[in-house]
Design a protein around this ligand. Structure first.
Ligand SMILES: NC(=O)c1ccc[n+]([C@@H]2O[C@H](COP(=O)([O-])OP(=O)(O)OC[C@H]3O[C@@H](n4cnc5c(N)ncnc54)[C@H](O)[C@@H]3O)[C@@H](O)[C@H]2O)c1
Length: 375
């Protein structure tokens, strides 16, 4: 028997309310959902080059058959496309072909295309509607939800952008089957992160059903991805513009971003660097007496189960990594705001972590002297 389509989640902020639908065949529902949400204009499909043939072309045919006018543009895959030049080319394509205010940008791809196409939609004609069609696990549980759009600048990642909420997010979990295994694992890092920061039940399900989930078996996979997406939905609904709570999504990212910069972008995938950053942040939390060694070991075991690393590459220079944490966007008055776990399912924000402690954890992650006894 066919499983019924799950109820959508809803992001509700002071500026927007939109559904996030996670299901194995979600893309088939796009024509109906566009009509239901009064998105009747011409469609401009911006597609990652790796998904254009398998998913972009059939989607275009499906929408044309349903009576939509649609144009498509394929963006070369990879982070390098999230730049001002590619952004300019997309704007030129839209303007030269007569884009109008009532039209809709469809972003089909991972976080790169979602961020880039979202920023194009946020700015062309001072903003038109857009729909997120995430094709990576990271984008399904994180990047496609919450309206952060943007591009990179030669001086740093994601430095230019805008908040522009999508009108609809449709995550078709069938599409994950073609994702390279390392990219899939990188996405699981964000799912595990959502468990640690907000949802102990999600964390336990990830432990319990690891075999089914790593094989992408349905209906379990879409149900767990939906539960992980619900964490992002809940957080951004409470704090659209990252004035407080939304910062908790940064767990593992302070050291993760520093490590990506120190090792050269592309050496480690973002999710891999986040996994290493989560293990190190948990180490800091143990030393401060916030988290138990047993909880940290539980987190490490889960990261390993989903194919993720937790050790710094042997070539890492702890001093250089710590210096790079000061470039984090969440730094205020040169104080890094650390997201640290207090148990599985909850975190706290601390701005008083000594740089020497961070350096010690990066240098010797497992040589800690916990001050809180095992639960
Ligand atoms: N806006 C936000 O809130 C937010 C949050 C987190 C991350 N991000 C951004 O997301 C980006 C990373 O996103 P990502 O990890 O999805 O990377 P990505 O978009 O580069 O996709 C990863 C790779 O997978 C390929 N791919 C995508 N879907 C596929 C599929 N179904 N089958 C086969 N191959 C497929 C892509 O071509 C690419 O090579 C970064 O730029 C990051 O800054 C944004």
């Amino acid at each position: 028997m066919k499983n019924p389509t799950p109820e959508p989640l809803y992001v509700t902020t002071p500026t927007a309310r939109y559904p996030v639908l996670v299901a194995p065949d979600a893309l088939h529902m796009l024509p109906d959902l566009l009509a239901e949400h009064a998105l009747h204009g011409k469609l401009w499909l911006i597609c990652d080059s790796n998904v254009a043939a398998p998913y972009g072309t059939p989607l275009m045919q499906q929408l044309q058959a349903a009576g939509w006018q649609i144009e498509a543009y394929s963006v070369p895959s990879g982070e390098a496309s999230k730049n001002a030049e590619q952004y300019g080319q997309l704007c030129t394509w839209l303007i030269a072909n007569g884009v109008e205010r009532g039209d809709v940008v469809l972003a089909l791809g991972g976080g790169v295309v979602g961020d880039l196409a979202g920023f194009v939609a946020a700015s062309v004609l001072r903003g038109i509607a857009f729909v997120q069609l995430p094709t990576t696990l990271l984008a399904m549980v994180d990047a496609s939800i919450g309206g952060k759009t943007g591009i990179n600048h030669p001086l740093g990642k994601n430095l230019i952008g805008a908040f522009h909420q999508p009108r609809l997010v449709l995550a078709d979990t069938r599409l994950l089957r073609s994702l390279p295994p390392r990219e899939l694992a990188a996405g699981w890092a964000e799912v595990i992160k959502h468990g640690v920061i907000y949802d102990a039940g999600l964390f336990a399900l990830l432990e319990q059903h690891a075999t089914e989930l790593t094989q992408l078996e349905e209906p379990r996979t879409s149900s767990i991805i939906r539960q992980a997406a619900a964490v992002k939905v809940a957080v951004v609904s409470q704090d659209e513009h990252e004035r407080g709570l939304r910062m908790i999504l940064n767990y593992g990212h302070t050291l993760g971003h520093a490590l990506e910069a120190a090792t050269g972008y592309g050496t480690l995938l973002h999710g891999e660097a986040v996994a290493i950053g989560m293990h190190a942040a948990a180490g800091i939390a143990v030393t401060l007496g916030l988290f138990t060694p047993a909880e940290r070991t539980r987190q490490q075991a889960l990261l390993h189960t989903y194919g993720l690393p937790t050790a710094f590459p042997t070539t890492t220079d702890p001093q250089a990594v710590v210096a790079l944490t000061l470039r984090d966007k969440k730094v205020q008055q040169r104080r890094v705001r650390w997201i640290l776990p207090t148990t599985i399912g909850a975190v706290t924000i601390r701005a008083d972590v000594p740089a020497e402690l961070v350096q010690a954890v990066v240098a010797e992650p497992d040589a800690l002297h916990p001050s809180r006894s095992e639960a």
